[in-house]
Design a protein around this ligand. Sequence first.
Ligand SMILES: NC(=O)c1ccc[n+]([C@@H]2O[C@H](COP(=O)([O-])OP(=O)(O)OC[C@H]3O[C@@H](n4cnc5c(N)ncnc54)[C@H](O)[C@@H]3O)[C@@H](O)[C@H]2O)c1
Length: 342
Amino acid sequence: MKFLVTGGAGFIGGNFVHYMVDTYPEDEIVCLDLLTYAGNLETLKSVENKPNYKFVKGDIADRDFIFDLFKKEKFDVVVNFAAESHVDRSIENPEIFVKTNVMGTTTLLDASKEYGVKRYHQVSTDEVYGDLPLDRPDLFFTEETPLHTSSPYSSAKAAADLFVLAYQRTFGLPVTISRCSNNYGPYHFPEKLIPLMIARALDNESLPVYGKGDNVRDWLHVYDHCVAIDLIIRKGKDGEVYNVGGHNERTNLEVVKTILKALDRPESLINFVEDRKGHDMRYAIDPKKLETELGWKPKYNFDTGIQQTIQWYLDNKEWWQNILSGEYQEYFDKMYKEKGRI
Ligand SMILES: NC(=O)c1ccc[n+]([C@@H]2O[C@H](COP(=O)([O-])OP(=O)(O)OC[C@H]3O[C@@H](n4cnc5c(N)ncnc54)[C@H](O)[C@@H]3O)[C@@H](O)[C@H]2O)c1
């Protein structure tokens, strides 16, 4: 089978490309990415020369380019990770979120319809459900929870989900959607909570924590997310939504304290800063449908996963230090353009 993986130079897409290239050597994986600030080809260095892997630079919202690519490559499966993904950036500049997350998705859907893709999978987020109150630990998001978004980011993701489902109902396109809780693990861009805190703690810099740090997130190791998507693509039912989460709720403050303890740094590094506008209080996923219908079971819990992740950042300092210095953005020119590979 031939897979198009969009956003594969980002955090989760990059982990998914590694997983697919290694797990299914008989399948072909084409990674498409615009290489925005969040896309980093160094993430894909170790698969670069694998025979079942290819990289293409481009914009999912560029209709002519996408239609040409689909015509040429004849994909069987499309997995769409490409998105503007950072809530803080969506508060600063909502429009690019509409362009990439909504119009990029409808462009991919149109091309999938035109060229007979057998499975279109949309990687969505639990943020489309809004948030839950802190004083109701009995409540969880199910696939039936109404969409009720808070930020321009989650609004754009929810809009995209509705288009995906409409293409199934209206045109019979074979689609599936996964809505996952917060991911952590290797190759996470260092503006996000966990890698940011690891990097700053290692440098003995203060750790900025929004508000009182009592917002609760349901953390899932990115490896378990990749396995879930693979299962959904192969065994999921057309038109269905699957929630993905591992019941690992932690407050932001607990996460930061765990990192400080693991790195043997003092809690005095914590610096509480003004809260994010419209900050969601609690996300918590009920993954029963994925577990019972498709047999998914996470490999990591938060305690084992966070130790593996911290060790990865210690072992791969060059990867994230290149990002912090801005050097990673030159990698594409160096490796692809100058060598005439693209
Ligand atoms: N990170 C999480 O915790 C989380 C949780 C649930 C769902 N998700 C979803 O998973 C997906 C991937 O998230 P992530 O954290 O890996 O994001 P990311 O920001 O690390 O990666 C996004 C990638 O998309 C690329 N991209 C952006 N605009 C593009 C465009 N117009 N055309 C082609 N490529 C483009 C970027 O260059 C980048 O490589 C997103 O759709 C996000 O909504 C993320």
